[in-house]
Design a protein around this ligand. Sequence first.
Ligand code: PEP
Length: 263
Amino acid sequence: MSASTITPWVVGNWKMNPMQADAGQLVQNLKKLLQDQIIAESACHIGVAPVSIALLNVQAAFKDAGRQILTVAQDLSRIAGTGAYTGEVSAELLKDSQINFVLVGHSERREIFAETADIIQAKVKHALTAGLTVIYCVGESLEQRENGQAEQVVLQQICDIASVVEAEQWVNIVIAYEPIWAIGTGKTASPEDAQAMHAAIRLGVSQITPAGQTMALLYGGSVKPENAVELAACPDINGALVGGASLNAESFYKIAQAFANTK
Ligand code: PEP
C-alpha cells in the first residue's frame, strides 16, 4: 500500500459544542446527506468527536446512518482502569462503552490544560493498551514556524510517544498535523507547506516503524469545503481533522466527499 492508497479519514472535532438539541440536529442533517448520497466506507472513514456526555447518544443515533460513523472521544484520563479519580474517564471505561477512538495531544489540551509530554505519553500508552485507536495531534506554534523550528517541534512530539508505543501498536495510531496558528483562525497552511510537513512526518515515523508507510496522516487547521480538494490532492495528506466546519453538516459532508473523491 502506498501513501496514495491509504483510505482517508475525516473526523469532526466538535470541541465544547453544541447544546444537545443542536447536536441532535447536526446528526440528523448529516444522516440525511449520507442517505441522499452515501460515501462508501471504503472511500473514507468518517468520525465525529462530541463532548463526553454525548458520546453514547451520538453513537446510538448514527447506528442507522447506512454506514459506519466512528464515535471518537476528545480526551481520556492519564490514569488507567477504575478508581477514586473524580471527573476522569479512563481508556478502559471508553472501551467498555464501545468508544474505540480517542484524540490525544490536541493543542488546546497542551496549551489550555497544560498537558505535558509526560501526561500525553501516559494517555497514549493507556489508550493503546486498552485497544483504542489514537488520533495523535501534533503541531507547531506560529513563533516556532517563523523561527524555522516547525519540523523539529513536530518530530519531537512524535518521539515523545515513541517509547510507550509497542511495535505492533503503531497500526493503531493516526497522526493529525495541526499547525496551532491555523486552528480556528481561518488561516490554512498552504497545500505545499502541509504536504512538506506530512512527508517529513511520514519519513520520521517510517524510521521508527514500517507502519509509517501506511499510517493515515490527517491535516487540521481551518479545513473547509473550499480548501479540502486541494489538501486532499496532496499525496501524504490522508484526511482531515475538522473543527469549526464540522459543526455544519453540509460543510463536513462536503469535506468528507472531497477526500473520498480525490483519493
Ligand atoms: C481542531 O481544533 O482540531 C481544528 C482543526 O479546528 P478548526 O478546523 O476550527 O481550525
